[in-house]
Design a protein around this ligand. Structure first.
Ligand code: ADP
Ligand code: ZN
Length: 768
């Protein structure tokens, strides 16, 4: 591997322990007497099983097996075979589940690395890699497919001969098939050609086509047809980036390119053309998007250019996912699109990996294994000599400092395509609005005026507020009591639609009391506007507008996003109100006004990334306007309107923001100037939670060196959740290796028990 030493990773590859496992996979004989199996349990070791004689030809590394484990029968992963074991009295495996290994050597190594870096078991990491549908092997119904059995060049003559013999339908079928890039199924042919089955069977009998039964899934692309588009003529900045990436992919060397391009600068076109370059070489690409909601849009743009586009995400049915997985495994040149977990798509030859909106925290999984898809992706690409493109208008400070420090290559698209201007951002001081209007308002006069103007011109608007529900606090006017979840130390959010107050942590809902539960005062006030409240206010000030609210309350159904985006795109909606789900990636040329209802919301959170999140949010939201030929306006409402994250964002000045923020991070010793880990302990008994964390802290502190800092034990920002007390420890160190070394000292204690839940988070993105 020709990895240049300068390309050091976000996640350090040197954490991998030496592989002690046999890689003997000969399909016969004595070498396969013992199978080494790992399981999806938090125990990081493998277990030996004997392989019965009749299974020895079938067992292999990367296959799943059924095994007895304690009192139950469970599924395990074979990670190696051996001739003998040091353990006596082994049990036999019961069945080999896969005909061919479901995990190849690359995937086994990648998951081994994940397990050691994120400190989970190999079995847990393997389990994360395989989607549900694959594990359950959901089978789709079989359908009959048709393919040509004669060369394409001979079709015109054959069709002509058939035609003169009066066999018009057969001629048409052949002509249609030769023009169709896919392998169609029979029903598709009879429908488009308008014929019965008999011409097809005649063609088969005559040896001109083949008919075969195969399993297929229902089309995951929502049955839409797309029109092919040609690659756009690149502007000089785009062309330079494409050239830079093509050179890397041609050299077949690993490399990471941070593509810092403002919103609307044509990053997607760069992805399309760099991917086209590797697909032409017969390779595959993976494109990660930050949200499932953005998958359909991305899929459409890629289907306009590529024959083989696959999707992998959790909203597909098991059957669909299974079929997509199997199709990807066939290794046809093409593109896999999906959120975080698509990083594990079983592509054979990875050419390019694109991580779009690389700064998004959704790339970090918030359950075991707590992996970051960007870092896993970089490891994967390194193993497969592929090129990674990290795309963003607002790169994470981690990636940005890797790029300015020379670890990643930096590519920039500083301007929008076709000289479109960046949207004009105006900050509205909501304190001042309060003083002048003598009351608390949700929508400022300027924002309302701009929306009216836009709608009068037949244009559209987006209103963004990052909380759902009606109001985030229900408070007694007399004693100040705030309605709080009994299970969690969290204020309940009032939801207008059902007249209930909901805990956004544990989803417990209670009826809203008529009076204060504490002092029985009669007057409750509702503060902290959410999406529902904004919807209400909008109905008063713009009563004619067609408004749709988009948040996780209204978008429960699988196809709801797609339908709303489609309605908005085709002008059946004037104003879209939404949470973060509408802040990213969308491209609606007719949107000319974007309102950010409360830009400083995130600044109040106890999180060292609060300023970064605020800047990112404003830049992304602003990017939703002015994408067509019309100019766009962004109205940013905030109380804390002088904060540097808001002022730099309003000037579109990422560099200035990064400079201020990085200086503060350096002083405080936060990432990217340090690596972090978090140990969270939760339990019903506060004293037990404390006691465990204190003994963990004692172990860690004993191992501590000058370059390691430990904070805590301290209550987590959400002190109580679902009836459990929550305390945590934060660890900072100069390198990932140091973090691992320190954690290694407390290894035995970092395990959940019946009464305590221990969560270990490496490179945490949320400290709540
Ligand atoms: P980004 O991903 O950087 O926000 P997009 O790739 O979505 O930007 O591009 C914004 C718009 O500009 C899209 O409608 C796209 O089709 C168009 N576009 C991109 N590149 C070009 C180009 N070279 N010439 C003309 N239009 C382009
Ligand atoms: Zn709760």
């Amino acid at each position: 591997m020709k990895t240049p030493p300068s390309l050091i990773l976000v996640a350090q590859g040197d954490m991998m322990p030496p592989m002690t496992l046999s890689t003997n996979t000969t399909p016969t004989g004595a070498g396969n007497r013992i199978a080494q199996i790992v399981l999806n349990i938090p125990v990081d070791r493998s277990f030996d099983y004997t392989v019965p004689e009749e299974m020895r030809a079938h067992i292999a590394r990367g296959k799943r097996v059924k095994i007895p484990f304690g009192p139950r029968v469970t599924t395990g992963y074979c990670i190696g075979t051996a001739t003998s074991s040091t353990v006596r009295g082994l049990k036999p495996i019961l069945r080999v589940l896969d005909e061919k290994p479901i995990l190849d050597a690359d995937m086994l190594e990648l998951t081994r690395w994940m397990a050691s870096y994120y400190r989970c078991s190999w079995g847990e990491a393997l389990d994360a890699v395989l989607p549900g549908g694959v594990k359950r092997e959901s089978m789709a119904r079989e359908k009959m497919f048709a393919s040509l059995a004669i060369p394409a060049e001979s079709i015109p003559a054959t069709a002509q001969a058939l035609r003169s013999a009066g066999r018009e339908a057969q001629a048409k079928i052949l002509e249609w098939m030769v023009d169709t890039p896919r392998t169609p199924h029979v029903a598709e042919i009879t429908k488009t050609v308008g014929c019965s089955l008999s011409p097809l069977t005649s063609l088969e009998k005559a040896g001109k086509i083949r008919l075969e039964r195969r399993r297929v899934a229902p089309d995951p692309f929502f049955d839409q047809s797309v029109e092919r588009t040609e690659p756009l003529a690149l502007n000089p900045a785009q062309a330079a980036v494409v050239k830079q990436v093509d050179e890397l992919t041609d050299a077949q060397t690993f490399g990471v390119v941070l593509l810092h391009g403002v919103t609307g600068s044509g990053k997607t076109e760069v992805y399309l053309q760099t991917i086209d370059h590797v697909v032409r070489e017969g390779k595959q690409a993976i494109v990660l998007v930050p949200e499932i909601a953005l998958t359909p849009q991305a899929v459409r743009r890629f289907r306009e250019r590529f024959d083989n586009v696959y999707v992998l995400h959790s909203m597909l049915s098991d059957t669909q996912r299974y079929a997509q997985w199997q199709a990807i495994r066939q290794g046809l040149p093409g593109v896999v699109i999906g959120p975080r977990s698509a990083i594990f798509a079983p592509v054979r030859e990875l050419g390019v990996l694109v991580i779009d909106e690389e700064h998004e925290s959704t790339f970090k999984q918030q359950s075991t294994p707590r992996y970051h898809a960007r870092d896993v992706g970089i490891m994967r690409a390194r193993r497969q000599n592929a090129v990674v493109i990290l795309g963003s208008a607002t790169p994470s400070l981690e990636s940005y400092s890797n790029a300015t420090g020379g670890k990643f290559a930096l590519a920039e698209l500083p301007e929008r395509v076709e000289e479109r201007p960046m949207p004009k951002m105006t900050i509205v001081d909501m304190q001042n609005e309060f003083v002048e209007q003598k009351r608390q308002v949700i929508l400022s006069r300027l924002l309302v005026k701009e929306m009216k103007t836009a709608l009068d011109c037949g244009e559209q608007a987006i209103l963004f507020i990052n909380r759902r529900g009606y109001s985030t606090h229900v408070q007694c006017r007399r004693c100040g009591y705030v309605l709080t979840c009994e299970q969690c130390a969290i204020a309940l959010t009032y939801h207008r639609s059902g007249e209930f107050a909901l805990c956004h942590y544990c989803n417990t809902a209670i009826g809203v009391p008529g009076a204060c539960p504490d002092c029985h005062g009669p007057d409750l006030r509702y503060t902290g506007a959410g999406t529902q409240k904004v919807e209400d206010v909008l109905a008063q000030v713009l009563s004619e507008a067609r408004v749709v609210r988009m948040d996780s309350d209204t978008m429960r159904r699988r196809d709801a996003y797609e339908k709303t985006f489609c309605d908005f795109g085709e002008g059946r909606i004037d104003v879209l109100i939404g949470t973060q789900m509408i802040a990213k990636g969308l491209d609606f040329p007719n949107v000319t006004v974007v309102g950010v209802v409360a830009a400083d919301l995130a600044l109040n959170l106890p999180d060292f990334r609060a300023a970064e999140r605020t800047f990112q949010l404003l830049a992304q939201v602003g990017g939703r306007t002015g994408r067509g030929s019309k100019e766009g306006k962004v109205i940013v409402q905030a109380f804390n309107h002088n904060h540097y994250s808001i002022t730099t964002a309003s000037r579109h000045d990422y560099a200035a923001f990064a400079q201020t923020e990085l200086a503060q991070r350096r002083t405080a010793g936060y990432p990217p100037y340090a690596r972090m880990a978090r140990v969270l302990v939760e339990g019903k008994k506060e004293d037990l939670v404390m006691a465990l964390l204190e003994s963990i802290a004692a172990k860690l502190k004993a191992a501590r060196s000058d370059t390691v800092r430990i904070l805590g034990p301290a209550p987590a920002p959400v002190e109580r959740a679902e009836g459990s007390y929550r305390q945590h420890l934060l660890i900072w160190a100069a390198t990932a290796k140091q973090i691992q070394n320190v954690l290694g000292m407390a290894d035995g204690l970092l395990k959940s028990t019946a009464s305590l839940r221990v969560t270990l988070d490496i490179d945490p993105t949320s400290l709540m």
